[in-house]
Design a protein around this ligand. Structure first.
Ligand SMILES: O=c1ccn([C@@H]2O[C@H](COP(=O)(O)O)[C@@H](O)[C@H]2O)c(=O)[nH]1
Length: 239
């Protein structure tokens, strides 16, 4: 993964909106995230078009199914040429190993396989809800650390977690294991449905590898200006 990317979540209804959003960024190579809304509407052409425009693509479909199904699905996704994909760690070790097997089998010759990271606990989850709804009795941090260890043992490249758990994961599993963190907001912003949030400066200080930012940039009045401001906060003096 390129040094500490800020990944823009392209949470749009369709490619028309994506093209309009990206037009003012022409000439810049971004790292963008395609989620379920866009992929379910537009399909693989989304990835082909974004790659043609020179962007890196995080295809965030959060696969969670039986190992055989995930293996076969990952084989298809690897053929699209995306750079990063996701599974849910709750699917278990056999499922995560199957995901990697599928990615390795499906990657076009001459390309390296997409990195694969596991979602631990969604950044919209609070500890109280995790305990009552998932019946997990350990702390949310412990649950995230457990899922992260499982992902590492399964051979994955890293995890999606919140900034609140990231430094603990890096301490436990090493700096080579990626921490990708959504739930990033400037101090004064509306958190919307995000619960475990941090600012870009905090994320940088915690040693996080990549942040994911959607609405604060894609819904900004001037997205190019907003992206510049966010990059400055995220990269600090090195920007
Ligand atoms: O735990 C998770 C996993 C994925 N996401 C995704 O990241 C973006 C965040 O968008 P914002 O608009 O900045 O809240 C979105 O696409 C989610 O699907 C996450 O938020 N938390």
């Amino acid at each position: 993964m390129e040094e500490n990317p800020l990944i823009i979540a392209l949470d749009f209804k369709g490619m028309d909106e994506v093209e309009a959003f990206l037009e003012p960024f022409r000439g810049q190579n971004l790292f963008v995230k395609v989620g379920m809304e866009l992929f379910y509407k537009e399909g693989p052409n989304t990835v082909y078009r974004l790659k043609e425009l020179g962007h890196r693509v995080f295809l965030d479909l959060k696969l969670h199914d039986i190992p055989n199904t995930v293996m076969r699905a990952m084989k298809s996704l690897a053929g699209l040429g995306c750079d990063l994909v996701t599974v849910h760690a709750a699917g278990g070790r056999a499922m995560m190993e199957a995901a990697l097997e599928g990615l390795e089998a499906g990657v076009p010759s001459g390309l390296s396989r997409p990195s694969c990271v596991a979602v631990t606990q969604l950044t919209s989850t609070e500890e109280a809800h995790m305990k009552t709804e998932q019946l997990i009795s350990v702390s949310l941090r412990e649950s995230v650390y457990h899922y992260a260890s499982l992902a590492k043992i399964s051979g994955l490249d890293g995890v999606v977690c919140s900034a609140w758990e990231a430094s603990g994961i890096i301490q436990r599993l090493g700096n080579g294991f990626l921490t990708v963190t959504p739930g990033i907001r400037m101090g004064t912003e509306d958190h919307q449905d995000q619960k475990r949030v941090a600012t870009p400066e905090m994320a940088r200080e915690l040693g996080i590898h990549a942040i994911v930012v959607g609405r604060p940039i894609i819904r900004a009045a001037n997205p190019v200006e907003a992206y510049g401001t966010w990059m400055k906060s995220w990269r600090g003096a090195s920007q």
